[in-house]
Design a protein around this ligand. Structure first.
Ligand code: 6GP
Length: 833
């Protein structure tokens, strides 16, 4: 057997036990190691060191503990010949690494005490870490939760993605309008990655293909590309929770195959000298700031093929032993396609098997179909990626040929299964008139296709891919999303974690169903009082964070009402704004007595895709309404809008534990799952939500009486749209809605300038694609129920405790078990600590 080095490639035969020295797990060992990192890693003395020096030294000291397990895990994985989950994802939204590494290696006390002896504070150093923003939202964060769970469950997994030099843009507000700046997250050094340039992979693009006869007289194809780049792997450690397991996340960075042009340089043409480098490196330069709506950009297809080609090559040629029999590939790997972004891996594996490894087409196709599975994360038709045939042919001519052959054979299969139905093969085609439909390719190639919550999986079968589910009903399945309890409860909410552990012991961290044992405590007044104390502390922490991060004043009394997610019309931040405007309008018009208004803090966090004009308008509106409402003395400080810019994982970890109320108000049938809804419920927030995505499952588990349901159901939405939706009639029917819209349209929030939001109001009155006005009255009524419930602190706390106790199902550990059972059939490996 061969032993993989962390880069995946074997160096020399193993001599087990001689490979590494384990670091000491005590304060003295920690202090010595920290000082060595500071002195000899950073080259500074403690007294002369900067904050960044100290942070880097701390991170490197902590990482020793993971590295030592990482090496052992990789050696063992090669020995075990275990099946590996290769999670292919264009996004991994990791969040900060330091605290998770300390937690995973059980170093909390050692680090606190060690730093204390040196006169340093952990909280100051941890604030120095810049989070890697390598994802847009839910899809990328889910990938990060999944790899955390797989490591914690000792399942061999490699996450494969892109090391974007600039992650999701930095958001700031200028006069309330979103401004985007680059995110130079690598500028101060990144102690969490390990580059392995010696294992760079060459990735080809463009050119043509040619047919030739091999020695056996068979016709084969070769690709004659006309340009290439290199993919350099950067490895990240993915530690399991105190189980000795460390998996790998391998992110690829693009580099020019040849260095700069010395002749041009010597001739003084510096721009030309670096042209090739710039051209190559742009591929991994920046994360597309899109969420759910891809732009048909050539660079995006380059990015997708780039990381997927590197990953397939790495697994087959560098991770597997060199004598591995590729006929057995399905025993050793499953490539999980995180939405359509990595689907070009399907023709790539075919190309590798047929063109490079000499397999017959049919044999290769049988293997390929067993090696892939596809998860869909959306229902918006505009988010199902299609690539123009012209672009695909120009960039990846061999892949287009392969896709065409897969498509032809598939259409023949459909025609045979449904004789006489000519429309069906056309509807199901992978290659349409002008485009290649990546979701169809993924469905044809995947051994399984899954949605991410029950309703989503059902709509995927019934509405998005109905023909496919008629052809292959057994291919379709559901795995409801989950979130990692390590980051989003144990680390983000230490106060609640301690309270839970005190009540039921520490086992819940890796077995979240055990939160059920908290149920009886919901009826214990003393426990409820401590639970409220936890919320109070978390609100105070949030208020301090907002103050120091953005100079924002946040009251700490009243309902903390939180809506955090990407800005999108289907998520309906506008509905939330209409609620706020209506309360405000009620008070200033005298319809509501101010003392009858329940004090609330409305907290938003949301980035809008830079090209999404309406989303940016909505951000402007939230800020304009906030500025007016917060400053109006007639409200007596009862309503406060806070909208800290640049919502990211780090901020989420502060907002979520402080929440009383979780806003999950998407139009029914549009939110595939949601995962923020799970994090908030697990942290003791009650949900006000529609019958959509995972809300449905949350409500079923926590009980109707502990959830504020409102709004149209998915079939009612369909019905209303079919018979013709007239938003203006809804506005006319509810005077509160008329007044709220009038107030916005009047310029009351824009210093009298009525033009600023006239487009937004017009759009609501005349289009309102996501039926915000149709759900307004029901939403207001549900908010009245919220106020009434909050007036009874004991009842509210009881509900909050029950939300925590009953949401253990939403652990990503459970989601991973389901993927393993239904889709991957991988096994955990035994890891010795
Ligand atoms: C998101 C879905 O919008 C969200 O509902 C879900 O919880 C999350 O994926 C994880 O499954 N989808 C995306 O972020 C996306 O880009 C193409 O979909």
């Amino acid at each position: 057997t061969q032993v993989g080095s962390p880069s995946g490639a074997p160096a020399e035969p193993p001599r087990r036990g001689l490979g590494h020295v384990a670091p000491r797990h005590d304060v003295e060992g920690f202090v010595g190691s920290f000082m060595r990192e500071l002195n000899y890693g950073q080259g500074v003395s403690l007294t002369r060191s900067s904050l960044n020096d100290r942070y880097l030294a701390l991170a490197r000291t902590v990482r020793h503990h993971l590295q030592s397990r990482w090496m052992a895990a990789l050696a063992q994985q090669a020995d075990d010949q275990a099946k590996t989950v290769c999670y292919l994802s264009a996004e991994f939204l990791l969040g900060r690494q330091l605290d998770n590494a300390i937690l995973a290696s059980d170093l909390d006390d050692v680090v606190e005490e060690g730093l204390g002896q040196l006169g340093l504070s952990l909280s100051t150093l941890r604030a120095q870490e810049i989070e890697p923003g390598l994802g847009n939202g839910g899809l990328g964060r889910l990938a990060a939760c999944f790899i955390d769970s797989l490591a914690t469950m000792s399942v061999p997994c490699v996450g494969y993605g892109i090391r974007y030099e600039y992650g999701i843009f930095r958001q700031s507000f200028e006069d309330g309008w979103q401004r985007e700046d680059t995110d130079p997250w690598l500028a101060l050094g990144n102690p969490w990655e390990f580059p392995h340039p010696e294992h760079a992979v060459t990735v080809n693009f463009g050119g043509t293909t040619e047919h030739y006869e091999d020695e056996d007289g068979a016709t084969r194809t070769r690709w004659l590309p006309d340009w290439d780049v290199q993919g350099v792997p950067y490895n990240y450690m993915v530690p399991g929770f105190r189980n000795g397991r460390v998996n790998t996340l391998r992110l690829w960075s693009a580099k020019a195959t040849r260095g700069f042009n010395l002749n041009s340089f010597n001739a003084g043409d510096y721009v030309d000298a670096v042209r090739a480098e710039t051209f190559a490196e742009k591929i991994s330069m920046v994360l597309y700031p899109e969420d759910s709506t891809p732009q048909g950009k050539e660079l995006r297809l380059q990015q997708q093929y780039f990381f997927v080609a590197c990953s397939v090559h790495n697994f087959i040629n560098q991770v597997l032993p060199s004598d591995f029999d590729l006929h057995k590939l399905p025993d050793r790997v499953i490539f999980q396609l995180n939405d359509t972004h990595p689907v070009i891996a399907v023709p790539e594996l075919m190309r590798v098997l047929v063109d490079e490894k000499g397999f017959d087409w049919d044999e290769a196709w049988t293997i390929t179909q067993q090696c892939f599975a596809y998860t869909c994360h959306t229902l918006l038709p505009e988010a199902l990626e299609e690539w123009s045939i012209e672009l695909m042919g120009r960039l990846l001519p061999r892949h287009l040929e392969i896709i065409r052959r897969i498509d032809e054979e598939f259409r023949a299969e459909v025609a045979a299964a449904f004789p006489g139905d000519e429309a069906m093969p056309r509807r199901m085609a992978i290659v349409g008139d002008h485009t290649v439909r990546m979701a169809h390719l993924a469905t044809v190639a995947g051994s399984k296709v899954n949605g991410v919550a029950e309703l989503h999986s059902q709509l995927l079968r019934d509405k998005v891919l109905p023909d496919f589910s008629a052809l292959w009903p057994e291919k379709f399945t559901n795995v409801t999303n989950g979130v990692t309890p390590r980051r989003f409860l144990r680390l983000a909410n230490r106060n609640l974690s301690s309270l839970i552990t005190e009540a039921i012991g520490p086992g819940w961290v890796t077995d979240l169903d055990r939160l059920r044992e908290l149920e009886p405590f919901a009826d214990d007044p003393a426990f409820r009082e401590r639970f409220r104390e936890v919320k109070r502390l978390n609100k105070a922490t949030l208020a301090r964070t907002l103050q120091s991060r953005n100079g924002i004043e946040m009251p700490t009394t009243g309902i903390v009402d939180i809506m955090v997610k990407r800005l999108h019309e289907y998520k309906r931040q506008t509905l939330k704004v209409l609620h706020i405007v209506s309360l405000y309008e009620g008070v200033v018009s005298g319809r509501l007595a101010v003392e009858d208004v329940t004090p609330r803090v409305f907290a938003f966090g949301a980035k809008a895709a830079p090209g999404y004009a309406m989303a940016k308008q909505i951000i402007g509106l939230i800020n304009a309404v906030g500025a007016t409402v917060n400053a109006d003395p007639r409200l007596d400080g009862r309503l406060t809008v806070v909208f800290p810019p640049n919502y990211d994982v780090t901020l989420a970890e502060k907002l979520i534990p402080a929440a009383d109320l979780s806003e999950q108000i998407s139009l029914a049938g549009k939110e595939a799952s949601g995962t923020g809804n799970m994090k908030l419920a697990l942290n003791g927030a009650l949900t006000i939500g529609t019958d959509d995505g995972a809300n449905i499952e949350i409500r079923r588990l926590v009980g109707d009486e502990n959830f504020f349901l409102f709004g149209l159901l998915e079939p009612q939405v369909e019905e209303l749209l079919a018979k013709g939706y007239d938003p203006a009639s809804y506005a006319a029917a509810d005077p509160r809605l008329t007044s709220a819209l009038d107030l916005i349209a009047s310029g009351a929030f824009t210093g009298g300038d009525a033009s600023v939001f006239s487009g937004l109001v017009d759009n609501l009155l005349h289009h309102d694609r996501f039926l915000a006005l149709a759900d307004f009255s029901a939403y207001m009524e549900a908010q009245d129920r919220v106020d009434a419930a909050y007036a009874d602190p004991e009842g509210w706390t009881r509900s909050a405790v029950l939300n925590v106790a009953r949401c253990g199902f939403f652990s990503s550990d459970r989601a991973m078990r389901e993927y393993i059972d239904k889709i991957w059939h991988a096994q955990p490996v035994v890891t010795s600590l």
